[in-house]
Design a protein around this ligand. Structure first.
Ligand code: 4AD
Ligand code: MG
Length: 467
């Protein structure tokens, strides 16, 4: 009789013994002696392996020789209570089928304790390690948490384009999209490239943010969110930047900056709590192996109230710290863009909890942010987190057509392709707000991993586009 496959996540929890089961997975380790082999098998459904006990009398030497680390097996046997330490149950194997061998002389994941740098070079295989299995299961869970949170609140998942002709953040860090022959570019009399014969008939790029189109959704559907890939050609080789990352951007009609801060705080806490509730085994593993303070840090964020502080006061705190002898690498003055060392000082040393910094100087923020009456600051809000720095960037939006146009002219933003955005301010303009959460920044926080390249399966960074 055919026995249906049991996932290892379910098999290790079984409490009915002496039943026949079938498990399939990849060999993590094999040890034993000439009478018996113990095989640790993992199928990715859980951090836990199941132990297969293979009696030498039942299996040929030839077959057992091919049961090596990395090989893929299907095992049928009897699930029994384990006598050994370290596992509740094990499988006494009746039959072992080898689906795929893994030559021990070639398979790169032999010994334990490979460095994360080395594992990035074999990113096609690193999901088979304990650490990356845990990280990618948590990644999936965080995506589920995000959709659940917004769905329960009546937000609509609104799909914004990936190919775009506008630069939302105005930072000019866009990857161009073209079908033109780069060896033979058509140019005008000034030597500028002419795009009329290109696929879209104009210059297009990969989006840096779905916000502008998200605002179109919010000013029709009320509350929406986007969740998709975004692209930034910023040449910053830091442990916190990717050229391709995923962003969640809620946009809400009739929300002011306070409503925006409230939902941002509730949202992050919801995601962190979801991880604690649904990823306990994986978090415990990461807590043991990567960062002994991880679970405590996650719990502390759920339990505390985030500080809300205007930028100007934040600068004063940093200047006071400098006056008392604290050394920063980058200078601090009113008007400076905060570096992550400044953000982390406020969060980790001064307040010892997350901080929402508001009302930044308009010069260091995007054109669409609502202008304050002081003429100097805008209604921005960045959420700053321990170990990460900025995890969320957002604002109340400028809803006045005249003020928005004035700012656009001041900044010399080419608006020819953005008439549709301005129409939201022309026709039934409304107060509204939104923010963007960097998905991988959230994952850095939740997993305790140190480098953003290690929380996305196939990272894209300057000079790296393998896999
Ligand atoms: O602060 P940013 O640039 O804001 C926006 O893009 C707005 N349009 C969001 C909005 O209001 N709808 O980016 C938002 C977040 C940052 O706080 C950070 O978490 C993440 O996106 N982020 C990156 N994550 C990884 N790699 C990069 N290069 C990132 N750049 C931004
Ligand atoms: Mg930002």
């Amino acid at each position: 009789m055919e026995i249906r496959r049991t996932k290892i996540v379910d098999a290790v929890k079984m409490t009915t013994y002496d039943v026949k089961v079938n498990v399939k997975g990849w060999v993590r380790t094999k040890r034993g002696n000439k009478n018996v082999s113990f095989i640790a098998l993992n199928d990715g459904s859980t951090i836990n392996n199941i132990q297969i006990v293979a009696d030498a009398s039942k299996f040929s030497e030839e077959l057992m020789k091919d049961v090596t680390t990395g090989a893929c097996l299907s095992v049928v046997g009897t699930l029994v209570k384990s006598m050994g330490a370290g596992q509740a149950v094990e499988i006494q194997a009746d039959s072992i089928e080898i689906y795929g061998k893994a030559d021990p002389n070639e398979y790169p994941l032999q010994k334990k304790g490979h460095s994360f740098e080395y594992l990035r070079e074999i990113a096609h295989l690193r999901p088979r390690t304990n650490t990356f299995g845990a990280v990618f299961r948590i990644r999936h869970n965080m995506a589920m948490a995000i959709h659940t949170f917004f769905h329960q609140k009546g937000f609509f998942y609104f799909h914004t384009p990936i190919i775009t002709a506008s630069d939302c953040e105005g930072a000019g860090q866009m990857f161009q999209v073209t079908t033109k022959n780069l060896y033979d570019l058509k140019k005008d009399e000034n030597g500028s490239i002419v795009y009329d014969d290109d696929f879209f008939g104009k210059m297009t790029s990969l989006t840096v943010s779905g916000q502008l189109e998200g605002e179109l959704g919010a000013t029709a559907l009320g509350n929406i969110y986007t969740f998709g890939p975004t692209f930034r050609a910023e040449n910053s080789n830091t442990p916190r930047h990717l050229a391709e990352f995923w962003m969640i951007e809620p946009e809400m009609a009739f929300y002011d900056i306070k409503d925006n801060m409230d939902i941002a705080e509730e949202f992050i806490k919801y995601c962190v709590k979801w991880a604690l509730d649904n990823c306990a085994d994986d978090l415990q593993f990461l807590n043991n192996m990567i960062d002994k303070t991880l679970i405590d840090r996650l719990k502390s964020v759920i339990d505390c109230e985030f500080v809300r502080l205007p930028y100007t006061e934040g600068i004063k705190i940093l200047e006071d710290a400098i006056a008392k002898g604290h050394k920063f690498e980058f200078p601090v003055y009113w008007g400076c863009d905060l570096a992550s060392e400044h953000e982390r000082f406020l969060v980790e040393q001064h307040f010892k909890r997350p901080v929402i910094l508001t009302d930044y100087p308009k010069e260091i923020k995007a054109f669409y942010m609502k202008q304050n009456d002081d003429g100097k600051t805008v209604r921005a809000m960045d959420v700053l987190f321990p170990t990460i720095g900025e995890i969320i960037g957002g604002s109340e939006r400028e809803e006045s057509y005249d003020k928005l146009m004035a700012r656009i002219k001041e900044l010399n933003i080419p608006m020819k392709d953005m008439w549709w955005y301005l129409d939201t301010r022309k026709f039934g303009s409304c107060p509204h707000s939104g923010f963007g959460l960097g998905f991988e920044r959230l994952l850095l926080f939740v997993t305790g991993m140190q480098n953003i390249r290690d929380v996305i399966p196939f990272p894209r960074t300057p000079k790296t586009a393998e896999f």
